[in-house]
Write a protein that binds this ligand. Structure first.
Ligand code: AP5
Length: 222
């Protein structure tokens, strides 16, 4: 399984990537999580990107391309990957193509989570996540069993600093300018599948299962 998930902030990419990763036993490579872990660990990369994430802008292609390539070269990615939030520019999409070509591999499908702005705003303002294990929640849609605590590891849930309304607005603008052009890029290559990001989690998982089956993913790994 080699798939990419793209769509606006709050479309549900991370939520669905986590479910698919558990189901198919392939790594979930989330560009944003990778960058946030560098920020938490105060690495040189983290120091460079912290302010960029806080502004809701994109980090330079060359930096994220290298971080993702390192992940894709790991043995665990041999049986596939779920890329969440990467690629996000045409330059990144070209870099991924080159990387896969070098390994004689192809994408199975590029899933575009088409999501309305109202839904995005509601989801981002209600999002809580676990800083320990990365699990995602929503205060109304997907609440934890115990308020404010992670179901999986019990850690206290937090809000993301880039979910402030003014940063969300900037992230949406950046998405329209830099990431929306990927729609055409993957359509031309025949990899694009549009899925309804507004659906609730179970409904969308059912859609995703059918799409993946249609692309032969089921047969190729089981
Ligand atoms: P990143 O972390 O990738 O953020 P994003 O793409 O803006 O997406 P989000 O994580 O906000 O949303 P999501 O679609 O994963 O939704 P989620 O599942 O959490 O990137 C952050 C920053 O890092 C960027 O702004 C940029 O600075 C930098 N960056 C990252 N990648 C980069 C790249 N390739 N190049 C350059 N810079 C990069 O869901 C949201 C909420 O809704 C949750 O609370 C969830 O529980 C709830 N929810 C989800 N689905 C549903 C549903 N179906 N029904 C009801 N509730 C739902």
């Amino acid at each position: 399984m080699r798939i990419i998930l793209f769509g606006p902030p709050g479309a549900g990419k991370g939520t669905h990537a986590q479910i698919l990763s558990r189901k198919w036993q392939v790594p979930h490579l989330a560009a944003g999580d990778l960058l946030r872990s560098h920020i938490r660990e105060l690495t040189e990369v983290g120091k460079k990107v912290k302010a960029i994430l806080e502004r809701g802008e994109l980090v330079p292609d060359v930096l994220i391309n290298e971080l993702i390539a390192v992940e894709l070269r790991k043995p665990v990615a041999r049986r596939g990957f779920i890329l969440d939030g990467y690629p996000r520019t045409l330059g990144q999409a070209d870099a991924l193509d080159e990387f896969l070509k070098g390994k004689n591999e192809n994408l199975d499908v590029a899933l575009y989570f088409k999501t309305s702005v109202d839904v995005v705003i509601d989801r981002l303002t209600g999002r809580r996540f676990c800083p320990e294990c990365g699990a995602n929640y929503h205060i109304r849609n997907i609440p934890p069993k115990v308020s404010g605590k992670c179901d999986r590891c019990g850690a206290s849930l937090v809000e993301r600093s880039d979910d402030r309304p003014e940063t969300v607005r900037r992230r949406l603008e950046v998405y329209e300018k830099d990431t929306a052009p990927l729609l055409n890029y993957y359509q031309v290559k025949g990899f694009l599948e549009e899925v309804p990001g507004d659906f609730d989690v179970d409904e969308l998982q059912a859609v995703l299962a059918k799409v993946l089956e249609r692309h032969g993913v089921r047969e190729s790994i089981r």
